[in-house]
Structure formats: structure tokens, C-alpha cells
Design a protein around this ligand. Sequence first.
Ligand code: CAA
Ligand code: NAI
Length: 689
Amino acid sequence: MGNINASIDLRRDGRIAIVIADNPPVNALKHEVRSGLSQALRQAGDDASVEAVVIACAGRTFFAGADISEFGQPPQAPSLGEVIAQIEAMPKPVVAALHGTALGGGFELALACHFRVAASAARMGLPEVKLGLLPGAGGTQRLPRLIGPEKALRMIVTGEPLGAAQALADGIVDEIAAGDLNTAAAAFGRRAVAERRPLRLIRDRDDKLIGEGFADAAATLTQRLRGREAPAACVEAVRNAIVLPFEEGLRRESELFQKLVAGDQSKAQRHVFFAEREAAKVPGMPEGTKPRPIARAAVIGAGTMGGGIAMCFANAGIPVTLIETGDDLLHKGLDRIVANYRATVARGGLGPDEMERRIGLIAGAVGLDAAAEAEIVIEAVFEDMNLKRRVFAELDRVAKPGALLATNTSTLDVDAIAGATSRPQDVVGTHFFSPANVMRLLEIVRGAESAPDALATALALARRLGKVPAVVGVCYGFVGNRMLARRSVEAERLLLEGALPHEVEAALVEFGLPMGPFAMMDLAGLDVGWLIRKSRGEHAVIEDALCEAGHFGQKTGKGYFRYQAGSRAPIPDPEVERIILDASAELGIARRKIEPTEIVERTIFPMINEGARILDEGIAARPGDIDVIWVYGYGWPVWRGGPMYYADRIGLEQVRDRLSFYAGRSGDDSLRPAALITRLVAEGRGFAV
Ligand code: CAA
Ligand code: NAI
């Protein structure tokens, strides 16, 4: 972290010492913080007038963990483990005062204290698994002793934090502060002294260490690892807590941590952590640009995307009006939303009251006049330029001055849409991914005239909606779909040359993607692309033949695969195989066996190549932005860090050579290495460095 001005303040509240760490923004436990803390603890320990010690933090949160940017650097004493040992050796009560997000090493430090007092809004947990790690400062040994191995394992393997009330119920915290946190923590310390409460350390407890049910819980939690190593290491470490003495378990935890932190997966996941935060910063945005306030939204078009986008607003507590052209379509759209919410309630993902509250935030209306009250309007009508321009011209007439006018177009020129208004500075693209209420990515499309504060508003909105934003420029398909299109072309070629859909799927699922190109197309529906191709006079041999045979994807129970009623599991289909073999024969292609390595290279490398062009054109500002788009929009395996990071890892020289090879063999010049790749290889560099 850039900040070197970390400070540790030692205050007094009567005979209680309050150690207050201040290392904005999130009080990461970097070296200065650890050494300051250690010094303050020594001072408070040596001072005979101090009866108890409170460890607290200034600013927005208790320690949010180790400083991730220190990983991979030479360790500097004292380590977090040493500070923790110092806390446990204190002969006076030590109370942790938790507020904000007490995460990772911060939460582990709190677990070493004798007592924990939390603010009511505090959240706490061990998110290390999300960085490809396990808690490395005793969390895997102390938490099972405090709440039992099963519950601890769930927290450690999912990385999901708990709220203060749940933590109190589970016995993780001893008290929720009624008023000022530090005052309450000091009062707790004073009471502990007066009542001579025993200073029992979590490490010395074993009453909760019951192994029964652990194996089942571990199996359930690690069912779908998709190549990730860290969750299995978490299981091993927690199992050690049950079967090994504390010190031995701690030593093994540390070994597992060291292995993971030095490994490729965690490096990739740390890259994504920082890339995600970097992506929210727009190069060239004037300092201090303020987002415009948003109190009410309108969404135009109650179809697949409009409905999902309206749910995003309701989920974030923002009232929204969903607008259609007629009552029937409106009610259909609203009914679909209610059905979606009901399904979530039925799965236990939402309480019925909360569902009602959210549904209550969604109003329906016919006609664009209903957008007049909104500070943001998102258009999600059919993908038709004339229609979109008509809608925006009308919005120009009805929308409030300064309202953000956004289009959800997936391919069209945002500048041409903005040109239909007299206020292009207020127009941006907000490209949600389907299903909009689930997928985390938001591509924010910056038009030629989009004002800085319009972009800032879109970024702030993304955060409120719980989305991960990446700002991109105007081009066909923007970043994600433009790269995806390259993959689709190659995927069809692979079929014509000899691969079958399930072989392509298997190779890419093995690579770590949640699904391959054909299962994805089956999910989205093949008919959409077919209609577009027909209107443009384009062809895709196999896909066109499939559509002609009524294979529209999951919606018709058959696409590239067959689907049994009520199931989304793709089953290889002999009829599809016949269509593919016929297509190869018709084109005079002698089919051959294609190995998984070739399948991966031929689908992934052309995407990287397109990513390089996108960077060169300035459509994406940084390679990390492209990685964020693929991780959050398309389920790219986070432990592979995104396509551009992956390219750097395997080396651009190899990417260049393989692309040249495939370009030469196919005669397709679009596969030739992009100028940026050639340039970077000549300079001995990668995309990132
Ligand atoms: N180390 C270094 N930098 C960190 C950090 C950390 N642990 N956590 C956050 N930051 C930085 C971010 O990179 C960001 O920097 P910039 O402003 O320069 O971009 C800044 O702090 C603010 O972060 P966010 O934008 O994410 O702020 P937020 O308010 O949205 O979220 C948060 C706050 C919930 C704490 C979130 O930052 C977060 O989840 N952080 C990571 C927590 C974590 O994983 N902790 C475990 C660390 S590993 C560990 O502790 C190992 C161990 O066992 C010893
Ligand atoms: P859809 O066909 O499901 O819904 C469009 C809706 O807009 C229809 O209900 C239609 O009645 C309504 N509509 C048409 N003209 C209108 C008008 N003048 N006023 C109000 N409502 C009007 O389409 P879908 O899939 O939701 O797509 C919408 C937009 O989102 C398109 O631009 C599309 O390219 C884009 N998109 C679609 C994705 C997808 O996976 N379906 C993903 C990302 C973007």
C-alpha cells in the first residue's frame, strides 16, 4: 500500500490502555503496523498501572488482513505470528474491538485476544481462499477450537464473512457494543479485571474439536473446485486442528500457506484482486470528479435484460420504474421478475419479507414519460439502431436535466445512439451480462463525448449494485464479446476439422472454464445469432444447419447438445454429430483427431490476440481490465488470472509462434499475431510489464 504514515496510538481510559492502529484505508497489517503494535503491547504490558489492553483501529475498519502487496517480498520481523504470540503471552486481559471488516490476519489477531467486542455493523471472516490462500496466522487452528471444525471449515472454505449478530450467536464475539465501540471494549476489559475472568486462550480449548461430520462437510464444500488448490489446503489444515496438537497444526498451516503464497494460483488471484480495484480507476478522469446522485432509476424494456437490470436496482434498494410499450408485455416482464424472486426464496436465498420489499421497489409503466423522475435511465430494448435512436431522442425530451442516459446495447455504436440526443455528455453504455441480476461484470462504455462525471456516476452505480465495473471504448462487441467472437470462429473450425462438441467442451472445462463455447451458445440460444446472420447475409455452416433442424439450444431441448427435460446437463447428440460430419464432407475436409492442447490453444490464443488489438486501439486501458472482464463476465478461472495474465505467464513468444503457425496453416490472416504482441516480444516484455 502506498501509505507509509501508519501510526499506532496508545491512549488511556483510566487503567485501560487502548492501542489504536491507523493505516488507511483498510488498516492492512503491513510491517510498520505490526512493529508499532508490538511496541505498544510491550509498553502496555510493562506499565504496572495498566490493567487491561484494548486493540482497536481508527478509520473505517479493524485490520482487514495482512498487506497483500507484501506477499512475495522478503519477510520483515515481527511477523504477524510473532505479534499474535506476544498477545497470547500478555498476563493482562486483551480485548479486540472490532468494527468494519475484520478480515484475514486481522480476524486471526482478534482470535488470539482473550475477548472480542464488536460494533453491531461489524463483519468478520477469513477470505484468504479468495486469494488462493489459507489463513496463515493460526485461523485454521483457532477458529475450529472456538466454533467447532464444521462451522469453521465453512467460513474458511467459502471465505464468506459473518455479521456481528451471527458471530455473537456462534460465540465468536463476547459482546456487541451498545454505544461507542472503544468505550465499550474498555468497559469490558475493566469488568474482566474486576470479575477476575480467567484469561483462557482459544489455543488451549479442545471441547469443540469434534471430528464427527467433518468428512461429509469437507466433501460437500469441495465438490466443485474446478482446479482450485486452496480449498483443499484449507480442508487439510482444519483437519489437522482436529488430529494434531496446536503447535504442530500451526506449523503445518504455515507450511501450507508458504506453498500456496509462492504458487501460481495465488499469484494469479492476487493479480485479479488488484486488477479489479485498478479497473475502477479511469485514466484521465480529473481528480475529485464527483458522481451525480441517484435516487430513482428507470429501465426501458422489460425483456430478459431489462427485467434483470430492474432487479439489480431493487436488490440495491433503489426504486426503479420498468417501462414497456404495452400492458401485456409489461405484466409479462413483471411476472417474470416475481417468479425469479420466488425461486430464490424457495431455494432459501432470500426471506419472503425481503422479497416483498424488493418487489415493492419496482414500479411498472407504459410509455417513456414515466422516465421523467429518474436520475438514471437504462435502455434495454431490442438490438436495433433505429429503435434505440428513437428511444434516446424521446428520452432527450422527457428525462431530467443531468440524468444519466445509458444503453445496454451489446454491439451498437454508443456514439451514434448518443447523437440522437442533445446531451451526448450524459450518455454512456452500461453493458450488463446475462443473467443481469447474477453476473458481476458491468462493461461501462465511454462514448466520445461522455462527461467525466457521467462515467463517475456509472462507476459509483456499479459499486452500489454490487457489480465489478470495467470502462471500455466504443467498438463492435466492446471487449468481452469482441474477444468471444474470435473464439466462436475457431470453435466452429475445430468441429469442421475433426473435433466433436463434447471434446471441445471437455478441453475447456479441464482448462477451468465453467463451460465451453457450445454449452454457452446452447444456453444463450442459437436462433438469435442465426437471425442476425440472415439479416447480414452471413453464414456459419454448422450453426445454420443446426438452426434449420430446430436446434435452438436449451430452450428447444437440443442445440449442440441434447438436454433432458428440467436438466441443463449437455448430452452428446448423434444427430448433431451427423450434421457436423456432413458439413466436413461437403467442404471436402478430411477429419482428424484433435488433441486437447490444440483445442485450448486455438480457442484461447485468438482471444488473446484480439485482446492485444483492443489494447493497442485503447479500447481497454490496461491488460488487467481485460482480465477482470473475463473473470467476472465469462467465468474465466480466477486462478489463471484472466487471458492477458495467462498470456504473460506462458510467455508472449509462445503465443506469437503458435498464432503464426495456425495462421499459416489455415490461411486466415486474422490469426496473425497482433502488432502489439510482435512488438512486446521484440522488446522482451509481456502485456503487464
Ligand atoms: N492488503 C493490501 N491492500 C489492500 C488490502 C490488503 N489486505 N485490502 C484492501 N487493500 C487496498 C485495495 O487494494 C484498495 O487500494 P486502492 O485504493 O489503492 O485501489 C484499498 O485498499 C481499498 O480497498 P477496496 O477498494 O477493496 O475497499 P472496500 O471498502 O470496497 O473493501 C475490504 C474493503 C472489504 C477490506 C476489501 O478491500 C477486501 O476484501 N480486502 C481484502 C481482505 C483480505 O483478503 N484479507 C486477507 C488478506 S490475506 C491474510 O490476511 C493472510 C493471513 O492469514 C496472514
Ligand atoms: P428482449 O427481446 O428480451 O427484450 C427487449 C424488450 O424491449 C421487449 O420486451 C420489448 O417489448 C421492449 N421494447 C421494445 N421497444 C420498446 C420501447 N420503445 N419502449 C419500451 N420497451 C420496448 O431483449 P434482451 O435480450 O433483453 O436485450 C435487450 C438489449 O440488451 C439489447 O440491446 C441486447 O443486445 C442487450 N443485451 C442482451 C444480452 C442477452 O444475453 N440477452 C446480454 C447483454 C446485452
